[in-house]
Design a binder for this molecule. Structure first.
Ligand SMILES: [Zn+2]
Length: 447
């Protein structure tokens, strides 16, 4: 992650100088950056700027002492409570050695959590000479990367792009999601979340909504393909990290845009439905209606939200996790919780946004079959077949349960679709069951 974070620092430094003196620092960022001498004077003059961007200018301007600044940094990074100094504990505490980034021999200092925050904790038990150390130039550039770092709960993330102008654009747009009264951490949204991927998915949804409101959705989508999203989570020894490619980001944002528009259209056609189902705006109807209802009931919030985090991870990876969804739907059914609203709309919109045409037709066929079956058994003692099918542990098992159900129902079933996807029988089972459950305790088939 060094290169990615370094580019953010480079962007911040060049942008800061361009704002300060547009004539002196006119031109290409690479050229401008190459010209700058990052020495002690430079560091002393500018070290408060990235801090001020990270923490909010109002929060930093009131504070004079380094000790207090370090304390504030503790809101984002692991900083010892005893730390009193910033500059003398990092950039100015040098010895001779080789910079881990540029490889040059000279004065280097040991990495600090606020310089490059993603040195794995496990490395702290590695021999001292294997830990990251930086020359002043590289170190200050990494340190400046914090200006474009975002945090929500235990989640830390940032964007990257080879095109620094696109990187600047995405950051300028994204910064409005921060809350200056909360040390510039990402705002609280209406859907509470705990785990990293569900938090990220909700944040991207809110980002899409905000871009739409600002009228800059179209131009932002155009640059998203060049952008990467890098996510870190965890505070203990082990970090979780994941990189999301721009093509995924672009599709996710397009997908959310469709959900928002469909929610508004749905509201137009059936006013009154949103307030009835949930107290939210029409644009949020579909995303909220579906995503909020993926919470299970295990008596502990972290556990209740864990399956949803897994589902969010799959969605962020461009996949519909039918089996994980089925686990949630069955668990909710057992606990008499509602079926996730707008199930079909959500899934079809996702498969369309990601261009998964084959999977879409598979979903439509099997979902329709499941829904039809569910309608037949709804309210009868045959409802228990939902659980028989759920327990099927193989393709044969699944066919046997269905054969038995067919016998009881005394109606012919069109099994061609199921046989056509024998290899994917787990997915088939999940889609079928979700369709059945939707008919039994959910909503309209079209949704
Ligand atoms: Zn260096």
């Amino acid at each position: 992650m060094l290169d990615e974070y370094y580019r953010n620092g480079k962007l911040f430094i060049t942008q800061m100088l361009k704002n300060e003196d547009p004539i002196k620092y006119f031109g290409n960022r690479d050229t401008v950056f190459a010209r700058i001498d990052i020495d002690d004077i430079f560091i002393k003059k500018y070290y408060r700027q990235p801090l001020s961007e990270l923490l909010g200018s109002a929060n930093v301007s009131k504070i004079d002492s380094e000790r207090d600044l370090v304390k504030l940094l503790g809101r984002y990074f692991e900083v010892s409570g005893k730390s009193r100094e910033l500059l003398n504990a990092s950039f100015f505490k040098t010895e001779n050695g080789r910079c881990s980034y540029c490889g040059q021999e000279g004065k280097v200092f040991a990495n600090r959590s606020y310089v490059f925050p993603f040195e794995r904790k496990i490395d702290s038990i590695a021999p001292e000479e294997e830990r990251l150390r930086f020359c002043k130039r590289c170190g200050f550039t990494f340190y400046s990367g914090m200006a474009y770092l975002y945090a929500k709960g235990e989640l830390l993330f940032f964007f990257d792009s080879y095109n620094l102008d696109s990187l600047l654009l995405i950051n300028s747009a994204f910064k409005d999601l921060r809350d200056p009264t909360q040390m510039n951490k990402i705002k609280k949204f209406t859907i509470p979340s705990l785990h990293p991927y569900e938090t990220m998915l909700i944040t991207l949804y809110e980002f899409t909504k905000w871009l739409k409101q600002k009228g800059i959705l179209t131009e932002t989508i155009e640059i998203l393909r060049e952008i990467k999203l890098i996510l870190f989570s965890g505070s203990a020894q082990i970090y979780l990290s994941k990189v999301f490619d721009g093509t995924i980001l672009e599709k996710i944002v397009r997908f959310f845009n469709v959900l928002i528009s469909k929610g508004e259209a749905l509201y137009q056609s059936r006013p009154g439905e949103a307030p009835q189902k949930m107290r939210i705006s029409p644009s949020d109807m579909i995303f909220h209606g579906f995503f909020r209802n993926l919470e299970v009931s295990r008596g502990h919030l972290a556990e209740n939200l864990r399956p949803r985090d897994q589902i969010a991870y799959s969605l962020l990876s461009g996949k519909v996790p039918f089996e994980a969804l089925n686990e949630v739907i069955m668990e909710r059914h057992k606990n008499k919780q509602q079926f996730p609203f707008y199930y079909k709309t959500f899934i079809i919109s996702f498969l369309e946004a990601f261009g998964l045409d084959e999977e879409r037709s598979m979903f439509e066929q099997i979902n329709a079959l499941g829904y039809a079956l569910g309608r037949e058994i709804k309210g009868t003692n045959l409802e228990s077949f939902l659980w028989d099918i759920f327990r099927a542990r193989g393709y044969e098992d699944l066919l046997n349960s269905l054969a038995e159900l067919q016998l009881k129902l005394k109606i012919p079933l069109d099994w061609r679709f199921i046989c056509a996807y024998e290899k994917d029988w787990r997915k088939v089972k999940a889609i079928l069951l979700n369709g059945m459950a939707n008919a039994i305790y959910g909503g309209r088939e079209s949704e």
